[in-house]
Design a protein around this ligand. Structure first.
Ligand code: SAH
Ligand code: SF4
Length: 371
């Protein structure tokens, strides 16, 4: 194996061993990694950052992931479900403020009441923006028919984190039943890609039991899957979850933050033209966390535009930021702080994943070759 970060970065393609070396780099080596990822980012995605207004429309969830604060068995907080009007108003706010796109996210529910509601919301939001507002969905595992229906109704991107690409690690983070199946989650990602969504995934970084080799394999998983978008960030423990008993085995929170930046940097080098989001969990640890991620590789930010009164109850993890701010105040700060790291908001633009269009072109070429 090559023995400095410089040598590795000069080499073509890296495996687990090289990636682990990069993830463990410090001092001048770490700086070298960040310089290279920043260079690639500016060369292939420019200095634009695209906004996705995040609407966390409900914290009701049927699942019981061991890490998550809004899991079904946590009874220590209030559940909410925004009205259709509140959701549509938040989407209108995003449209009027030139966000370009929104993300509709919630706990995972299935069944026709939930799925038909999403379909009708998608149509309403498309209508109010004359088709101009891009819509990403992040509402978990659903059937192929449902994913199809939502695609037809106007959703064109979908975020479904694999959470941990190693099935053994995945099984230690979730109950061992049918609704928490690794293979089903993976199947869902394949279906989303097949339907034509810009497909996004991601992992949590600094989980209990997780090794550097796991993280390196996560990045290679994303590359091999030919993913279009990634949102990944530090795992932040929550007191009312089963994983809290492993609290003392975790890396210190600052180390999880730094490791997340390195994961973004390596991913940017591995996948030059995908969209990478600077996760809100980075901001929970460091008020400038998202901006730091933008400087070294991320090109998407998801400002929270959930109506303020509900935000305190969408606690996937503790100390979630911005729960007291109004949407307006957040945007104002964000624009100024992005300027500090030399980034420019891509107002009103969808900011689609360039990788997605290249992938489609490749697939068309490949298919016509065999026709
Ligand atoms: N229910 C949907 C979407 C909402 S959860 C789903 O699970 O796909 C969105 C993301 O929050 C999850 O994918 C998970 O990666 C992240 N998350 C949950 N608990 C977390 C924690 N304790 N720390 C950091 N991220 C967490
Ligand atoms: Fe529900 Fe998503 Fe949290 Fe799992 S991660 S408990 S599916 S909201």
């Amino acid at each position: 194996m090559k023995n400095t970060v410089k040598d590795i970065l000069k080499g073509k393609g890296f495996g687990v061993e090289e990636i682990v070396y990069l993830l463990k780099s410090d001092g001048e080596n770490r700086e070298e990694l960040f310089r290279e990822s920043a260079r690639i980012k500016y060369k292939y995605s420019g200095n634009k950052v695209y906004f996705r207004g995040l609407i966390e429309f409900s914290n009701i969830c049927d699942k019981n992931c061991f890490y998550c604060g809004i899991r079904r068995d946590n009874k220590q907080f209030e559940r909410y479900n925004l009205s259709d009007k509140e959701i549509v108003d938040a989407a209108r706010y995003a449209f009027k403020n030139n966000f370009g796109s929104i993300v509709l996210q919630s706990g995972e529910l299935t069944g026709s009441q939930f799925t038909a509601r999403i379909t009708s919301l998608l149509r309403k939001i498309k209508k109010l923006s004359d088709g101009k507002l891009g819509i990403t969905l992040s509402v978990g595992e659903q059937t192929e028919e449902v994913y199809h229906e939502w695609y037809e109704a106007g959703a064109h991107r979908y975020l479904l984190r694999i959470e941990a690409s190693n099935p053994d690690l995945y099984s230690r983070l979730h109950p061992g039943d049918k609704v928490h199946s690794y293979l089903n989650r993976l199947d869902c990602l394949h279906i989303l890609q097949k339907i034509g969504y810009q497909t996004g995934t991601g992992v949590m970084i600094g989980l209990p039991f997780q090794t550097y080799e796991d993280l390196a394999a996560d990045l290679l998983f994303m590359k091999n899957f030919d993913i279009d978008m990634v949102g990944m960030g530090p795992y932040i423990e929550h007191a009312n979850t089963p994983l809290i008993k492993h609290k003392n085995e975790l890396l210190p929170i600052k180390a999880r933050f730094d490791l997340s930046l390195k994961m973004i940097a390596v991913l940017r080098i591995l996948m030059r033209d995908i969209n990478i989001a600077a996760s809100t969990a980075l901001q929970a640890i460091d008020p400038m966390g998202r901006e730091k991620a933008v400087r070294i590789g991320a090109n998407v930010i998801m400002p929270n535009i959930t109506p303020g009164i509900y935000r305190d109850n969408y606690n996937l993890y503790e100390n979630k930021p911005c729960t007291n701010d109004s949407a307006n105040e957040c945007i104002h700060c964000l624009k100024a702080s992005l300027e500090l790291v030399g980034a420019e908001p891509g107002y009103g633009e969808w900011g689609d994943s360039v990788h997605y269009f290249k992938r489609l072109k490749q697939e068309t070429k490949y298919n016509s070759y065999f026709e």
